[in-house]
Design a protein around this ligand. Structure first.
Ligand SMILES: NC(=O)c1ccc[n+]([C@@H]2O[C@H](COP(=O)([O-])OP(=O)(O)OC[C@H]3O[C@@H](n4cnc5c(N)ncnc54)[C@H](OP(=O)(O)O)[C@@H]3O)[C@@H](O)[C@H]2O)c1
Length: 243
């Protein structure tokens, strides 16, 4: 269905990102995943693309602006264009409460999550094909304070505003920028014990991003799509006219 589409999944080696990449590959897109650590490929390659086709990795640190530009330019030189991008960056952290948190730890988490999102967005968004899609993946902690995960909650909340300002500054005829704001996700790394039939699956997150990029959601722009649980996902599919 997504044949000839080039999709970049930033964070595609991660728990949610691998599911997103798997959905796009399963629909015939060519998926490119930047990674800082090429040894991670072995863990995800066969899962994302069981037939070994349409999946490519590029080594680089997209949290570093110079390297992000190099990665972007190499992707465009190799694949011709970027039709859609999903940014599923940085995972979870819990530890000291804010009043005990070291500045070093604060800076590390804010840089790894919020600042990385900023660098990746500013580097790639201007280069996405017209009417293409850029989706931020954000967690529920963006709107619900999570004790002992303060810097993650703060970064996630700021990522929502980052997305909104990018949308406000953007010409929607150029590119559509949205965020997909999720509750807990069933991922391979979560394992059966902590999974639930009430949770959305990582591959379904990919489907949401795919619908926005190439299907019934192609007019969605400047939207925050809050889908906490599987029931919300099914309601959203119905709203989109999809069974
Ligand atoms: N897991 C959940 O249940 C869940 C629920 C709701 C929302 N989310 C959201 O989904 C997103 C991804 O979460 P996840 O659980 O998939 O995380 P994860 O497994 O840690 O994956 C994050 C990926 O981000 C990439 N990355 C790039 N630059 C990074 C940097 N500077 N620091 C850290 N990672 C960097 C990493 O790729 P390389 O190491 O290959 O470079 C890594 O594979 C987050 O925004 C999270 O809030 C997750």
């Amino acid at each position: 269905m997504y044949k000839d589409k080039i999709v970049v999944v930033a964070g595609g080696t991660g728990s949610v990102g691998e599911g997103i990449a798997k959905w796009f590959v399963s629909q015939g897109a060519t998926v490119v995943i930047p990674t800082r650590n090429m040894t991670k490929i072995a863990k995800v390659q066969a899962y994302i693309a069981p037939n070994g086709k349409n999946l490519h990795f590029i080594e680089g640190n997209i949290a570093d602006e110079t390297d992000a530009i190099r990665v972007r330019d190499e992707i465009i030189a190799t694949y011709g264009q970027i039709d859609a991008m999903v940014s599923s960056l940085f995972g979870w952290w819990s530890g000291d409460k804010l009043t005990d948190l070291s500045l070093e730890r604060w800076n590390y988490i804010i840089n790894s999550s919020l600042t990385t999102h900023f660098i990746v967005a500013k580097t790639f968004i201007p280069y996405i094909a017209p009417r293409g899609s850029y989706s931020f993946i954000v967690g529920l902690s963006s709107v619900r304070p999570v004790p002992h995960s303060g810097p993650i909650s703060v970064a996630n909340a700021a990522e929502l505003m980052l997305r909104r300002v990018l949308s406000a500054e953007n010409d929607p005829n150029q590119i559509r920028i949205n965020d997909i704001n999720l509750g807990p996700i069933n991922t391979r790394s979560r394992g059966a014990m902590y999974s639930s039939p009430d949770y959305i699956d990582a591959v379904e997150v990919g489907r949401i991003a795919g619908i926005i990029a190439f299907e019934e959601g192609q007019n969605i722009t400047d939207a925050s799509i809050a889908l906490r649980l599987k029931t919300n996902y099914h309601e959203w599919l119905t709203q989109m006219g999809i069974n």
